[in-house]
Design a protein around this ligand. Structure first.
Ligand SMILES: NC(=O)c1ccc[n+]([C@@H]2O[C@H](COP(=O)([O-])OP(=O)(O)OC[C@H]3O[C@@H](n4cnc5c(N)ncnc54)[C@H](OP(=O)(O)O)[C@@H]3O)[C@@H](O)[C@H]2O)c1
Length: 354
């Protein structure tokens, strides 16, 4: 069991020493500053009967990770805790009761809250899913949250056929890029809303290269030019919202009557405001989605989970689903990566190399 380095998730204003697994543990008090997370060395626990010893390879920093560190997310780990909900690792060793995993296999978390920002870990087999080890590392590291969310939202709320369209905001987010690629692979057209920025043409070009049909700014949503878009494609039956506030209200204007808007994030930290007329005259449906809840709801339906993962891995292997634009960061530079992950207009996901 060598020593391994651990991220302690500090939701604390100060620290004091307590007991951990043979090493000092930081005991925290609440702060709102992710940059105060710390790196610790701990002993790797002994491998149990159904455990898997994993060398973590890479793990992204997602908005939910930041919200967990800030203490504002819907699930919070008992403290002190290792942060990180997503990532990929390689199996080093398995316990005698492990049935499906072997050394060398690549694994990703089966659910949120695993604590992926570490170099090594011993996890129960049931907390892991195997992914093919021939897919690109960054695809595997970013597969379990955003592509799954994109897949479910495209599949579960409206029965979309090739030629139908979807509108989404924060289209350059990890989820947004997965929506563009999965929609493209299934013949669904996308209208992609992003915030205006100095290098907008570059971003438009990048999203179009992924398969985006239209890329527009939030301001454009109110303009008469929107009519031009709907000369060539139908109005969307599905809108995907992870922003809130004005962006969402404006996006909703373009939804077809009886169409559905799914809210899955709130990056602007503002409520969703819906004009009364949208309910009365267009009977729009407002829904919500949370991948963690979907996994809970389908805990006994392994077939749904494996069918989704197989489909996504096949899209990756066929070159139809790539990792989001990423900046890889050595573990030592985690503080800079945490800060960078909260900056606007970066269009690049920070991924820790472990
Ligand atoms: N419900 C679920 O199950 C689920 C699953 C996955 C993700 N999510 C949520 O989905 C959202 C995106 O996650 P991600 O990992 O894909 O994000 P990401 O790759 O880190 O990208 C963040 C996105 O948010 C945009 N953004 C940030 N602040 C904004 C603001 N004030 N107004 C408008 N846009 C803003 C950024 O746009 P700029 O480039 O303009 O800064 C960027 O497009 C997050 O809210 C996340 O929590 C939810």
């Amino acid at each position: 069991t060598g020593a391994y380095r651990h991220w302690w998730l500090l939701r604390f204003a100060g620290t004091q020493w307590g007991h951990g697994t043979g090493t000092a543990v930081l005991v925290p008090l609440l702060v709102q500053d992710p940059a105060r997370a710390g790196l610790k060395e701990l002993e790797v626990p002994r491998l149990g009967h159904s455990d898997v010893h994993v060398k973590m390879l890479a793990a992204p920093i997602n908005p939910a990770d930041i919200n967990m560190i800030q203490g504002t997310y819907a699930i919070l780990a008992p403290l002190p805790a290792v942060a990180g909900n997503e990532g990929v690792g390689r199996v080093l060793e398995v316990g005698p009761g492990v049935t499906a995993l072997r050394p060398g296999d690549w694994v990703i978390p089966a659910d949120a809250g695993l604590g992926t920002w570490r170099t090594q870990a011993v996890f129960p087999e049931a907390s892991l899913l195997q992914v093919p080890s021939d897919i690109p590392l960054l695809c595997a590291a970013t597969l379990s949250v955003n592509p799954c969310t994109a897949y479910r939202m495209l599949a579960d709320f409206e029965s979309l056929a090739p030629g139908d369209s979807v509108i989404q905001n924060a289209a350059n987010s990890g989820v947004g890029q997965a929506v563009i690629q999965i929609a493209k692979a299934t013949g669904i057209r996308t209208i992609n809303v992003v915030r205006d920025r100095p290098d907008l043409p570059k971003l438009v070009e990048r999203l179009k290269a992924l398969g985006a049909d239209h890329v527009i700014t939030e301001d454009m949503l109110r303009k008469p030019e929107m009519k031009e878009i709907f000369k060539s494609i139908p109005k969307p039956r599905l809108a995907l919202n992870c922003v809130g506030g004005k962006s969402t209200t404006e996006m909703l204007r373009h939804l077809q009557p009886k169409g559905t808007m799914v809210t899955y994030g709130g990056m602007a930290k503002q409520p969703v405001t819906v004009p009364v007329s949208a309910f009365i005259f267009r009977d729009v449906r407002l829904r919500g989605f949370w991948m963690t809840q979907w996994k809970k709801d389908h805990a006994h339906d392994k077939e749904s989970l494996s069918s989704m993962m197989d489909t996504l891995c096949q899209l990756v292997q066929r070159g139809q689903l790539g990792a989001p634009a990423c900046t890889t960061v050595p573990l030592e530079d985690f503080k800079e990566a945490l800060v960078a992950s909260t900056q606007p207009f970066t269009s690049s996901k920070q991924v820790l190399l472990l």
